[in-house]
Design a protein around this ligand. Structure first.
Ligand code: AMP
Length: 111
């Protein structure tokens, strides 16, 4: 079964794509929790951090985050990159993704 994010990557479900390359696709979260809230998703279907392969598309998430932060205008002010893993981590979509959050001051610890 393709994941929700695989369907977005395939163009079967619409999304506001802000960046894509051969390894990742990034689009705005449908329920943003910050002025900038972008999901960065590897093209390959990796369930999450618990099933991470040694190499592959996911290794390009950090470089994509840096580029998107620049184009979104938050590279100077700062931002947060979050991976939710499993039930306690709050993961709801079983396809590895990073949340790029910025445009406001973040608090710590996270909820
Ligand atoms: P997580 O809870 O870490 O698995 O993150 C999943 C994220 O996907 C949530 O922040 C949702 O708001 C977001 N989301 C769910 N459906 C869509 C969609 N169709 N387009 C964009 N973002 C979505």
């Amino acid at each position: 079964m393709p994941t929700l994010f695989s369907k977005i990557i395939a163009g079967e479900i619409p999304a506001d794509v802000v960046y894509q390359d051969e390894h990742v696709v990034a689009f705005r979260d449908i329920v943003p929790v910050a002025p900038v809230h972008v999901l960065i998703v590897p093209r390959s279907e990796i369930g999450g951090l618990a099933s991470l392969p040694e190499s592959g598309d996911h290794t390009h998430i950090l470089n994509a985050a840096k580029k998107i932060a620049e184009t979104e205008g938050i590279a100077e002010t700062g931002y947060r990159l979050v991976f939710n893993e499993g039930v306690d981590g709050g993961q709801t979509v079983p396809h590895l993704h990073a949340h790029l959050l910025g445009g406001r001051k973040m608090s710590w610890p996270p909820g």
